[in-house]
Each structure stands twice: as structure tokens, then as C-alpha cells.
Write a protein that binds this ligand. Structure first.
Ligand SMILES: NC(=O)c1ccc[n+]([C@@H]2O[C@H](COP(=O)([O-])OP(=O)(O)OC[C@H]3O[C@@H](n4cnc5c(N)ncnc54)[C@H](O)[C@@H]3O)[C@@H](O)[C@H]2O)c1
Length: 357
């Protein structure tokens, strides 16, 4: 079965490529490398010991998208490609609507023309926005508070409408909570451009000495330790959720939505302590005022994915932080073949066919 992975050079896409290849799928990655890196796809292939085809494509280019999908003829598409920064979307809404919506419409049109009838879409917990009904189940009313969040809820609506018009089409929107961690090999992980917008890569960059201290935005929330709570999920668990969705799609049509999270929250201070445990030292931090737009807690109900897809996140916070630290330690500056190869234990380099450069 041939799977087209859009945005497969990014964080979640590349980890999903590993799991797809290891499960015997044929994989084609398309990415415009605006954020993602070619090295991530290479690392995914090396870890899996298999090849994936890579095609440089900007999905906002309608004709190129139709032509390339027409040639690839995938059996299913996993659509990760998007911009994902909430603050950036607030200052550049048109960039976000243009990239995320137009890419999404182009890929759907290209799929239709080449008779590809299954899409798994990266939606986000951000579609629930400011909402008192924690933990969120899939029926919680949507209330996104940023242009980024609205690109996700609007595109879910596009998929819903498309499935009504085309009864043989399957579209699954996976609402991810907080994907973090790294592949346990230490060879693939999150490599944000510039200052990390997410907590865990920021903390591991402090741990490696690239940043001075962790800023904790508010310790006066109505939570056990006063800091914000999120539903952190290991990126490999998340990747496996896509394989479960692909399986389910083989026997089901129409539009469906699933939360993917652990169904358990961890606070900012718990994450900090867990990274300290992983790296073996205390990390400097400073409590500063709350950030506008941050909600006190965001945690999902994960029962629907467990019951319907048979998927459940397996890895706990300590394993997530251990793997995130391991990746940061081996790759202090992010993707860098020199560090990655030199830093890997020799057993692992041998096992995965890495060669010293
Ligand atoms: N990481 C998170 O915290 C999180 C949470 C919820 C949902 N998501 C969603 O999951 C998906 C993947 O997230 P990620 O963390 O891997 O992000 P990422 O930025 O690491 O990966 C996205 C990839 O898409 C590519 N891309 C963007 N626009 C493109 C275009 N027009 N044409 C071709 N390629 C394009 C980028 O180069 C990048 O490689 C995104 O849709 C994101 O919105 C992420």
C-alpha cells in the first residue's frame, strides 16, 4: 500500500515515516522544506532500514500538486503539511489561511482526480480553544481562538463536506494534544527553527546550554502546582495513531474525528523535573507573568480512539522527557550529521547502518 506523507520532513511526519516503513508501507514524502529538513527524512529511512521517495513540492501550487499526485497514485494521504505557530498566525493570518487552507484544498482536489479516497488529517487540540469542558471529548463545541486554530477547524469542515458529496471517501481528522519527545534511537527529534515555541524543546535547549533558563508563564493558575497543564504525548505513540487510523479507514467511509492524547495532564513544573531527572542536574527557571491566550489546562478524553481505533498512548512523561533529552544530547544543534553519527552509541550506529563521516 502506497502512502503519500505531506510534510513528512517535519517533526511528526518524519516519525510517522519511520513507523510506516517499519510496518511495510511504501512511502512517498512531499514537502517544500520551508520548515522541515531533508535530514529528517534521511534519518527516518536509516532508522527503518528502508527507503522512502522524497519529492520537493509546495502544495499551494495547484497544478504541480495535481500533476505529482497523479503520477504517484497513492492509496492514502497523511496530510501533515501546514504552518503551526499560534503567535505567528495572529500576526500573519493571511499567510496561515493561504498556506494551510489552499494546500489542503489542492491536495484534496488532486486526490479526487487520481481516485485516492483516504485522507488522514493533522488536526489539533487547539480547535477546542478556550473551553470550560475539560477533559475535551470529540463532541466538545469547537472554539478556536487563533487563525491557526481556525485553519484546522475550517479544514475539518471542508473534509466533512467533501465526504458528504463523495460517499466513498474516508477522511479522518486526528486532533493531537501536545506531541513531544523524540525517536528512542536519538537520531530523529524535534528541531525547531529559532526559539522553540513549545515547552519541551525549550527545556532541553536549556539543559544542553543553548538557552539560559526556562521561563514559566504563570504559577497562579487553578492547578495543583499553579502552572499550566497540558496533555503531552510521545511523538512515536502519535505516529502509531496514524497507522491505527489507516487500518480503520480500510473498512469505513465518511468523516470521523479522534482525539489523540494520553488523557492525562502534566504541569510545566512536572516537565521541568522530569527533564532534570533525565539530564541529571537542576535547571534554572524563572516564574514570569501569564501569556495572553494560554489556557490553564488542556487534556483530552482518549476513549474514542481506544475503543474505535484500538489505539492508546503507551509512553509516560519520564520516557517522553528521557527520549527528548537523548535527542538533544546527541544533536545539540539539531540535525547535524556529524553530531548524530558521532554521538550515537556504536551498537546503534552499527545496527542502523550508520557510517562515520
Ligand atoms: N507539533 C505540534 O505541537 C502539533 C500539535 C497539533 C497539531 N499539529 C499539526 O501536525 C502537523 C505536523 O506538525 P509538525 O509539528 O510536524 O510541524 P512541522 O513544521 O515540523 O512539519 C510541517 C511540515 O510541513 C511542511 N510544509 C508546510 N507548508 C507546506 C506546503 N505548502 N507545501 C509542502 N510542505 C509544507 C514543512 O516544511 C514541514 O516539514 C501540522 O499540520 C500541525 O499543524 C502539530
Amino acid at each position: 500500500m502506497k502512502i503519500l506523507v505531506t510534510g513528512g520532513a517535519g517533526f511528526i511526519g518524519s516519525h510517522t515515516v519511520v513507523e510506516l516503513l517499519q510496518s511495510g508501507y511504501e512511502v512517498v514524502v512531499v514537502d517544500n522544506l520551508s520548515i522541515g529538513k531533508r535530514e529528517a527524512v534521511d534519518a527516518a529511512c536509516k532508522i527503518a532500514g528502508k527507503e522512502a521517495e522524497f519529492i520537493h513540492l509546495d502544495l499551494t501550487d495547484e497544478q504541480a500538486t495535481i500533476s505529482i499526485i497523479g503520477k504517484i497514485k497513492p492509496d492514502a494521504v497523511i496530510h501533515f503539511a501546514a504552518y503551526k505557530s499560534v503567535p505567528e498566525s495572529l500576526s500573519e493570518p493571511l499567510t496561515y489561511y493561504r498556506n494551510n487552507m489552499i494546500s489542503g484544498i489542492n491536495i484534496l482536489q488532486a486526490m479526487y482526480k487520481s481516485s485516492c479516497k483516504t485522507m488522514i488529517f493533522s488536526s489539533s487540540a487547539t480547535v477546542y480553544g478556550e473551553n470550560p469542558n475539560i477533559p475535551f471529548d470529540e463532541d466538545t463545541p469547537l472554539n478556536p481562538v487563533s487563525p491557526y486554530g481556525r485553519t484546522k477547524s475550517h479544514y475539518e469542515a471542508v473534509l466533512h463536506d467533501f465526504c458528504i458529496a463523495h460517499k466513498d471517501f474516508t477522511a479522518i481528522a486526528l486532533r493531537y494534544f501536545n506531541p513531544v519527545g523524540a525517536h528512542e534511537s536519538g537520531f530523529l527529534g524535534e528541531d525547531p527553527l529559532g526559539v522553540p515555541g513549545n515547552l519541551l524543546p525549550y527545556v532541553t535547549q536549556v539543559a544542553i546550554g543553548r538557552r539560559e533558563k526556562v521561563f514559566v508563564y504563570g504559577n497562579d493558575y487553578d492547578t495543583p502546582d499553579g502552572t499550566g497543564i497540558r496533555d503531552y504525548l510521545h511523538v512515536t505513540d502519535l505516529a502509531l495513531g496514524h497507522l491505527a487510523a489507516l487500518d480503520w479507514a480500510t473498512d469505513n467511509q465518511g468523516f470521523e474525528v479522534f482525539n489523540l492524547g494520553r488523557g492525562e495532564g502534566a504541569s510545566v513544573l512536572q516537565i521541568l523535573r522530569s527533564v532534570e531527572k533525565a539530564c541529571g542536574r537542576k535547571l534554572p527557571y524563572e516564574i514570569v507573568s501569564r501569556r495572553p491566550g494560554d489556557v490553564p489546562a488542556s487534556v483530552c478524553k482518549a476513549e474514542k480512539a481506544a475503543t474505535v481505533l484500538g489505539w492508546k498512548a503507551k509512553m509516560n512523561i519520564d520516557k517522553i522527557c528521557q527520549d527528548a533529552w537523548n535527542w538533544q544530547k546527541i544533536n545539540p544543534e539539531g540535525f547535524n550529521p556529524h553530531y548524530a553519527v558521532d554521538g550515537l552509541p556504536s551498537t546503534l550506529t552499527a545496527q542502523n547502518g550508520f557510517k562515520e563521516k
